[in-house]
Design a protein around this ligand. Structure first.
Ligand code: PEP
Ligand code: CO
Length: 411
């Protein structure tokens, strides 16, 4: 199936920067002020690139190593970054946490760790409903700070094109702050301090505006190193897959318990027709209870096709539950169980688990249950700050890495 097809830019399956517009694009906001939208996009199209082509290509090379079992990926950060979080000290704590976790993980998996933040652009959120109703009042749902505000007021929930510009400015400011922390990713190899960035490539207008053609004709999304497609926008014939198949960044896509082997093979064919190592990462997120049953057949299908993919485990999004009081949470033990089962299932099917995708913060939030502080449902209200999904706090994240540092060497 993985034929050496024509360049995606030519031929019957021609790709262009606008070809996604002929497909159905889920999860896009409705802007009422079209001239303001056009103006914002025109600004973004000429704004400086946020990350270099060289650093993007470096990540592809490193992900190829992870795919071959020679490195391990730690991808983590907020579910939804906010525009109010531009505190250099908090960013420092986050980077330190990733650093400490990666030292522990290196011990567990016996491989160097590639660090990727869900950071400097993780502002757009897919939602399960377009409308939210409270006490008889229905308003558009909150879609992340790049679109609107979480506050339940009609004016706050209106999609505001100015927020595209604010997202760009906040990404740039976050990157500037990270770069002042030693190292960053514009180095020549996997130095200890290297940190790459990623976000869900959800808002296609924004992603397109920051996608730039290089002298050799290749297109790069220069807003981030690793743009990924979430589960709600992973239709093989959808607009998100169409957009990402033409950019030369490494790309990732979420895979759920409901993803069929044939849909997965179509995604692989679309996103990595030349079977290029490091190009495609599959992030499975099935839930501790479903992973055992659903992951094996997908691994078998990928192996059978000879597809070179990097597998990451997202143990967060399949383990979300809502408490009777309405609070969304996840249990530390479910998260750990999904990761441990993922290692076992990959090994059993002759594959390698190449990394983790986590929602975490260095702050002492109370969003996930359990962990060293043994957080109970009644503790969660104390410091629940996430506007979307619950994150591991600093202590829980470190404890998770500590558990994984003590894994048997065969993994
Ligand atoms: C996310 O990673 O925040 C997310 C929305 O994930 P998924 O698409 O897997 O639900
Ligand atoms: Co999330």
């Amino acid at each position: 199936m993985l034929t050496q097809g024509a360049n995606v830019l030519d031929g019957p399956l021609a790709w262009s920067l606008n070809s996604w517009r002929d497909r159905s694009a889920a999860q896009q906001p409705l802007y009422h002020d079209q001239p303001a939208l056009e103006q914002a996009l025109a600004y973004l199209r000429q704004a400086p690139a946020l990350v270099s082509r060289q650093s993007i290509s470096l990540l592809t090379a490193l992900l190829a190593q992870a795919q071959q079992g020679r490195a391990f990926v730690l991808q983590g950060g907020d579910c939804a970054e906010g525009f109010t979080q531009t505190d250099q000290a908090a960013l420092n704590r986050f980077v330190q946490l990733l650093q400490q976790m990666s030292q522990l993980l290196t011990r567990g998996v016996q491989r160097p760790v590639i660090k990727i933040g869900r950071l400097a652009g993780q502002y757009a959120k897919p939602r399960s409903s377009d409308i939210e109703t409270r006490d008889g009042l229905s308003l558009p749902v909150y879609r992340g700070d790049i679109v609107n505000q979480a506050e339940f007021r009609a004016a706050a929930r209106r999609a505001d094109p100015q927020r595209l510009l604010a997202a760009y400015a906040h990404s740039a400011a976050t990157l500037r702050d990270i770069r002042t922390l030693q190292g960053f990713m514009d180095s020549d190899g996997l130095c200890d301090q290297a940190l790459f960035i990623s976000h869900e490539a959800l808002l296609l207008e924004y992603e397109q505006a920051l996608t730039r053609q290089q002298d050799d004709g290749c297109w790069f999304n220069q807003s981030t190193h690793l743009p990924w497609i979430g589960l709600r926008t992973a239709q093989p014939d959808g607009a998100h897959v169409e957009y990402l198949r033409g950019v030369s960044n490494p790309v990732a896509v979420k895979v759920g318990a409901e993803t069929s082997a044939s849909a997965l093979l179509q995604l692989i064919e679309q996103l990595n027709p030349h079977n290029q190592p490091g190009r495609l990462t599959l992030i499975h997120r099935m839930g501790a209870a479903l992973l055992e049953q659903h992951l094996g057949p997908l691994i078998d299908a990928v192996e059978h096709a000879g597809a070179r993919v990097l597998w990451l485990c997202d143990p967060m999004h399949g383990n979300t539950r809502t408490l009777p009081c309405g609070t969304k949470t996840r249990a530390f033990d479910d998260i750990l169980a999904e990761i441990e089962t993922a290692f076992v299932v990959h090994a059993r099917h002759g594959s390698v688990l190449g990394g983790l995708h986590l929602e975490l913060t260095a702050e002492a939030v109370t969003e996930c249950l359990g962990g060293p502080g043994q957080l109970q449902p009644e503790d969660l209200h104390r410091c629940y700050l996430s506007k979307v999904d619950p994150r591991l706090n600093g202590e829980q994240a470190l404890a998770l890495a500590q558990h994984l540092s003590r894994m048997p060497p065969c993994r």
